[in-house]
Design a protein around this ligand. Structure first.
Ligand SMILES: Cc1ncc(COP(=O)(O)O)c(C=O)c1O
Length: 440
C-alpha cells in the first residue's frame, strides 16, 4: 500500500514503479562495463577493463593556467548560459583539430556537445523511430548501442576483419534488410582505432563504404575519438574528409585533453546541424560555457599538438607492454595489434566463455571487458577487450600474467571435464598465432 492507501499493484519488490517506465527504457540495463567499474576500482585489481584516458600525463599547470585566465578575463561569460551551438571561438578552433584528420568545414556546421556521447544521444533522438535498424560494426561501442536500443532501434552487426568493416558484408546486410522490408536509418562506425576491436578501416574501404551508403541512401555516423592517438604512421583521413553531405562526424576532447570537461562536437550537413542545435538546446540549453572557454584558452595558449604527441608516446609504450606480455604469456592465442587508440581485442580458445570466466578473473585480481558487451545479439563470448590506456606498463604485464593464469586454468578444467587429458597434459595450439583475419 502507498501512504495514501492506494495499492501500487503494478510494481515489484525492488521497484514499485517498475511498470510505469516508458517502453524504450527496457534497454537501459547496466552494461557489463559499468558493473565492472565498481569491482575493478579496488586497488589490488589490475583493471584492463575501462577506457579511461591517462589524464595524469596532462601537466596540471596547463589546465590550471587556462582556468585562471578564463575566470580573470571572462568570468561572467564563463559562468553564464551560452549558445546552444557552442562558443564561436571554440568552434573555429575545432576546425583546426579536424584539419589534422583531413577535414575541412565551416564553424557554422559545428555543434558543441556534452562529450561525443551526448552527440550520439542527440543524433539518435533525431533519426531513430521504433523498429528502425542501425547498422554497426560487430563488435561495436557498447554505450552507443545502449542509446540506439533506448530509442528502440535494432542494431545489425556487420562483420569486420583486420582492415575494419567488410564492404561486401555491408552490401549483403543492406540487401537482406531491405528485402525484409526493414528501414535502415544509418551506419554507425568507428573507423579509426576501433573501440573495442582496435582495428582501422583501410582507405580503399572507406571510399567503398561511402559509395555503398550513397547508393542505398544511408547516412553515415562517423565516431572518431581516437584518430589523433596513432603510434606510428598516421591513419587514413576521416571519412568526412571525402563526403560532406552523407556523413555526420563526431569528435571529442576526451582522449586528446581530458574527459572531465565533457566537451565533444558534431560536424553535420547544414540541415541536420539546425536540428541538432534545437535538440541540444532542448536537452541542456547550452553546453558548459566554462568548459568550452577553458578548452578554447588551452588551445590558444598551450602546445596542444605537442601534448597529443605526449599522449601518443604514453599509449604506445602501454600498447607495446601489453603486446609483449601477450606474446610471453598467451603465445597460442590471437589478438589485434592496434596502431593507435586504447584497445586490444583478444580471441580465446574455442569453448571458453569470457563472461563466465570474469568472476574467476576478478578473484585473481585482474578485470577485463567480456566480448559479449560489444554485441547486441549475444555474440562475443570468445572475445575479450583489453584496455591498455590507464594502467602503467608494469601493471599491464602483471594483469596479462594473471589473465593468462585464469585462461590456462579454465582451459585445464575444460580439458579435464571434456575428458581430453589430465591436467598436466600438454595442450595443442588452440588458435592461430596470427591476428584474426575475421572478427566474426
Ligand atoms: C567510440 C566512442 N565514442 C564515444 C565515446 C564517448 O566519449 P566522450 O567522452 O566524448 O563522450 C567513447 C568513449 O570512450 C568512445 O569510445
Amino acid at each position: 500500500m502507498t501512504e495514501q492507501g492506494s495499492p501500487r499493484q503494478q510494481g515489484n519488490n525492488l521497484d514499485p514503479w517498475y511498470h510505469h517506465y516508458a517502453q524504450r527504457t527496457s534497454g537501459l540495463a547496466a552494461s557489463e562495463v559499468r558493473a565492472l567499474f565498481a569491482v575493478a576500482s579496488r586497488p589490488e585489481v589490475v583493471s584492463l577493463a575501462g577506457g579511461m584516458p591517462y589524464v595524469a600525463a596532462l601537466p596540471e599547470d596547463l589546465v590550471v593556467g587556462a582556468m585562471h585566465r578564463v575566470m580573470r578575463e571572462q568570468g561572467p561569460v564563463a559562468l553564464q548560459y551560452g549558445s546552444g551551438q557552442g562558443v564561436p571561438a571554440l568552434r573555429e578552433q575545432i576546425l583546426d583539430v579536424m584539419a589534422l584528420e583531413g577535414i575541412s568545414g565551416s564553424a557554422d556546421d559545428v555543434i558543441v556537445t556534452t562529450g561525443s556521447q551526448h552527440a550520439l544521444e542527440l543524433f539518435s533522438k533525431l533519426f531513430i523511430d521504433p523498429g528502425d535498424v542501425v547498422l554497426a560494426e560487430g563488435p561495436s561501442y557498447v554505450t552507443a548501442m545502449v542509446i540506439f536500443r533506448s530509442y528502440q532501434a535494432e542494431v545489425d552487426h556487420i562483420p569486420m576483419d583486420e582492415h575494419g568493416l567488410i564492404p561486401e558484408a555491408l552490401r549483403e546486410h543492406i540487401a537482406r534488410l531491405k528485402a525484409a522490408g526493414r528501414r535502415v536509418k544509418f551506419l554507425y562506425t568507428v573507423p579509426t582505432f576501433h573501440n573495442p576491436a582496435g582495428v582501422t578501416l583501410s582507405w580503399e574501404r572507406r571510399l567503398e563504404i561511402l559509395e555503398i551508403a550513397r547508393q542505398n541512401d544511408i547516412l553515415v555516423l562517423e565516431d572518431n575519438p581516437y584518430g589523433l592517438l596513432y603510434f606510428g604512421e598516421k591513419p587514413p583521413a576521416a571519412m568526412r574528409s571525402v563526403e560532406r553531405d552523407g556523413v555526420v562526424y563526431l569528435g571529442t576532447f576526451s582522449k586528446t585533453l581530458a574527459p572531465g570537461f565533457r566537451v565533444g562536437w558534431a560536424l553535420a550537413p547544414h540541415a541536420i546541424r539546425e536540428k541538432l542545435i534545437l535538440a541540444n538546446e532542448a536537452a541542456v540549453l547550452s553546453p558548459s560555457s566554462f568548459s568550452q572557454l577553458v578548452i578554447s584558452e588551452y588551445l590558444r595558449d598551450a602546445d596542444w599538438r605537442g601534448q597529443i604527441d605526449t599522449f601518443r608516446g604514453v599509449y604506445r609504450e602501454r600498447k607495446e607492454a601489453m603486446i609483449s606480455a601477450l606474446q610471453e604469456h598467451l603465445p597460442e592465442l590471437s589478438w589485434t595489434n592496434p596502431n593507435g587508440g586504447f584497445y586490444v581485442w583478444l580471441t580465446l580458445p574455442p569453448h571458453l566463455d569470457s563472461k563466465a570466466m570474469l568472476p574467476r578473473a576478478v578473484t585473481e585480481l585482474v578485470a577485463y571487458t567480456p566480448g559479449t558487451a560489444f554485441y547486441g545479439d549475444g555474440s562475443g563470448a570468445q572475445n575479450i577487450r583489453l584496455s591498455f590506456c590507464y594502467p602503467t606498463p608494469e601493471n599491464i604485464k602483471v594483469g596479462v600474467r594473471r589473465l593468462a593464469n585464469v585462461i590456462n586454468g579454465e582451459q585445464d578444467l575444460l580439458d579435464t571435464f571434456a575428458g581430453t587429458g589430465p591436467l598436466s597434459a600438454p595442450r595443442t595450439s588452440r588458435t592461430s598465432p596470427n591476428p584474426p583475419t575475421d572478427l566474426r
